[in-house]
Design a protein around this ligand. Structure first.
Ligand code: GLA
Length: 743
């Protein structure tokens, strides 16, 4: 066994070096030292409140030994032993909890990696070879017994949150080519149990982020996207609870999120021994990645965490990790500015005069960023034409964008622009010039979605073109923000320029090239922020989040629907990234009318924006809007950088919803409460805050609404947390917002 242990600081460095999205991770975390105990053959990662351990069994399998609450440094954790033979059908080792199993030998458990060599061999037996520790990251080399394939497993552990990052590099060390049929980033294993349940997110356009729960029983649950991008049918996040008593505040929760924006899969298996495995990475569906001798493939990073303190703490840990270690500027990230976007007001009918008029109105309300959405370029008067032609439409903007941009800047706002760079309308100059640039199988149909086709970003010429177009746009215009949209799934994902056996590399190369474009644009234009939008929330994951500053959770801006959408979103992703607009009433979504108060308070749970037609707002509306925007600016640091506590869940169309956010210094808390529907004269439930300093004294003031008579203005944190507050909320679509401040 070789050892090259040089333990230095953890910088999530290994993941950053190989898994591109993390390369922009900001603040270097504190020291964490993976440890190896040669006598028991056990590896340990201790970080935050978590211990993760694995051991090498006598046959060389690397087995998961433990993942859970932090243990004493000298607690015995090993040695690993192979699962005993149960019967001839389940021979020795077949059901061992392997960290990263190759499909080969007598394995019956779900493997992480499956390959086939050109000579027909499909047997892959990965056994421990050696390890190294570098910059606090652990790398374990696993080798096929015949030296055909090397797999380097990489582990990082974040000392603040205990979040562990895992990925794999697969190298063809043989003298012949092989094809990877499936490659996971990691398998997470939980010990035998009969009372696990799985939480996951499902959705569809305008209905994203539904939180689902199901018992984990024998058999598999597959969460996935086969769509070419992250998708909203499932999101690459999971949480597993144990026992019947878990809730927001209590119970064991293991959770994870995959940093990948292409087709992905997370598969949750319970085997015949009751052991649970969560295997996630590239979606094996239609996968086929060819490696010639000497070539390698890096998987995305699969992050995982644990808490004993319920779903609320699981989310907060993930939020903290995202804010400090995933988002491009980490803890130095700017606060989300209050934004205006006219999409719902004007749709494609954007022009210089109209946008200037809206900009003037927006600035008077206190808006800080003005964004021109779809319709400013090419022949883009509807979604039928123009996509791909990123030159300013001179009918709508006769003098280019400069006069509008100057005006927006003069009004004290930054300027943003909508783009959808990965797509093309068939009715566009770009498609007419380069019909071969889209994903397609020769002489087969090219299915359209929203009248558009997907540019094959895996092609180097397409990648170069997309980068060049955006680079020029940003160089020639004084732009501070791009809303980067992506409005359809893949279909017919052929890459005819490649040899048939290399074509399926498109699933990896496309997403890697997307990341590369984003990274290079950020480097060259560091003042530009980017939002990831995909017809709403269909591209939200830790991969794209590492290269963007915010995301758009849903096109559904109905403030009542949004409560559930935002609640579901917050299970996995930080409110700091979540944009939310106040739009018109009644809503286009449900024809539902809601007060401006309800709409503002709902949108203030994330990054506040306005998407209504401001030309129709009365002076009274403007006064209301100014009030909320001023109030928002005084609390946004807490909402965006603080800790989120979900007090009442709006899931499953519940009548009530409430959240609170607590600033990192615990001096400010913000409470939002909503009633969708009043019934039987019932009072709104007493809200008990969480996360306050029990001995500090907090003064309560209302942004909107009131508490029942007799409620003190000033009381201890203990009082607000144990006694709680009763709000006067009555009727349909009533809401309240309150701020608690300690001197
Ligand atoms: C998508 C986005 C919307 C809007 C339109 C423009 O649907 O999600 O916010 O930008 O495209 O075409």
């Amino acid at each position: 066994m070789k050892q090259h242990a040089s333990t230095r600081r953890l910088a999530l460095a290994l993941a950053a070096a190989f898994a591109a999205p993390l390369a922009v991770a900001a603040t270097p975390p504190r020291e964490v030292a993976p440890r190896y105990d040669a006598s028991s053959h056990v590896f340990r990662l201790d970080a935050g409140k978590v211990t993760y351990a694995m051991g090498v069994d006598p046959d060389g399998r690397l087995q998961t030994l433990y993942w859970g609450a932090r243990l004493a440094a000298d607690d015995p954790l090993g040695p690993a032993t192979p699962a005993p033979e149960r019967s001839s059908f389940d021979p020795k080792g077949a059901l061992s909890r392997q960290e990263y199993a190759g499909w080969g030998g007598n394995i019956t458990a779900m493997p992480a990696l499956k390959v086939k060599f050109d000579d027909g061999n499909r047997d892959l037996i990965l056994r421990y070879d050696s390890y190294r520790i570098d910059h606090g990251a652990l790398a374990i080399l696993m080798r096929d017994v015949k030296a055909g394939v090397d797999v380097t497993l990489r582990y990082t552990a974040d000392p603040a949150t205990g979040v562990i990052g895992r990925s794999a590099r697969i190298e063809n060390k043989s003298t012949q080519a092989l094809t990877i049929d499936s490659a996971a980033a990691a398998t997470w294993s939980l010990p035998s149990g009969s009372d696990y349940s799985l939480r996951y997110l499902t959705g569809t356009w305008a209905g994203e982020w539904h939180l689902q729960t199901r018992a984990i029983t024998q058999g598999a649950t597959v969460l996935e996207s086969r769509r070419g991008s992250t998708g909203d049918e499932n999101n690459p996040w999971f949480a597993i609870n144990r026992g019947g008593a878990w809730n927001e505040e209590h119970g064991d929760v293991w959770f994870g999120a995959l940093a990948w924006s292409g087709s992905w899969q997370i598969r949750v298996d319970e085997d015949i021994l009751g052991q649970v495995r969560v295997t996630g990475g590239f979606n094996p569906f239609d996968f086929g990645y060819r490696l010639k001798p000497g070539e390698s493939l890096d998987t995305p990073v699969f992050y995982g965490g644990y808490t004993a303190d319920g779903m609320g703490e699981a989310s907060r840990l993930l939020h903290r990790f995202e804010k400090a270690s995933v988002l491009p500027h980490g803890e130095q990230a700017k606060l989300r500015p209050v934004l205006y976007n006219s999409w719902e007001a004007t749709e494609f009918k954007v022009d210089e005069a109209g946008q200037e008029q809206l900009a003037e109105r927006a600035a008077k309300l206190g808006v800080e960023r003005f964004v021109v959405d779809d319709g400013w370029f090419g022949a883009r008067n509807s979604d039928h034409a123009g996509l791909g032609d990123w030159t300013v439409n001179r009918t709508k903007f006769p003098n280019g964008l400069k006069p509008l941009i100057d005006k927006v800047h003069t009004l004290g706002m930054s300027f943003g622009l909508w783009v959808e760079p990965e797509m093309v309308n068939s009715d566009s100059d770009l498609y007419r010039a380069h019909p071969d640039w889209v994903l397609n199988f020769p002489d087969r149909q090219r299915s359209e979605g929203r009248n558009q086709l997907v540019l094959n970003l895996a092609r180097e010429d397409v990648k170069a073109h997309v980068f060049e177009v955006l680079d020029r746009l940003l160089a020639e215009n004084d732009i501070q923000f791009l809303k980067w949209d992506y409005n359809r799934n893949w279909s017919e994902p052929g890459w005819p320029q490649m040899s048939p056996d290399e074509q399926q590399k498109v699933y990896v190369a496309y997403t890697r090239n997307l990341y590369d474009i984003l990274r290079r644009l950020r480097e060259k234009h560091p003042g530009v922020e980017i939002e990831s939008c995909s017809g709403g929330g269909a591209r939200v994951d830790l991969g794209v989040m590492a290269l963007t500053d915010e995301v758009w959770p849903s096109d559904n801006t109905d403030a009542s629907d949004r409560l559930s959408i935002q609640d579901g979103f917050s299970q996995a992703y930080a409110p700091a990234t979540m944009m939310s607009w106040v739009t018109g009433s009644p809503t286009w979504v449900n024809n539902r009318a809601m007060s401006l108060d309800f709409r503002f308070l709902s949108s203030m749970q994330g990054g506040l924006g306005i998407g209504a037609n401001l030309l129709t707002w009365s002076e009274a509306d403007n006064t209301t809007a100014r009030h909320y925007i001023t109030a928002y600016k005084a609390i946004r640091t807490t909402v965006q950088r603080g800790d989120l506590y979900r007090l009442l869940s709006p899931q499953n169309r519940a009548a009530w919803s409430a959240t609170s956010s607590v600033s990192t210094d615990r001096k400010q808390a913000v409470l939002f409460a909503f009633q969708r529907q009043g019934e039987e004269a019932r009072a709104f439930p007493t809200l008990r805050l969480q996360g306050l300093d029990p001995v500090a004294r907090y003064r309560m003031r209302f942004i909107h609404g009131a508490a029942v008579p007799g409620t003190p203005e000033v009381a201890s944190g203990a009082y607000w947390m144990a006694h709680g507050v009763d709000l006067l909320i009555k009727g349909d679509f009533d809401a309240a917002g309150a701020v608690f401040e300690a001197p």
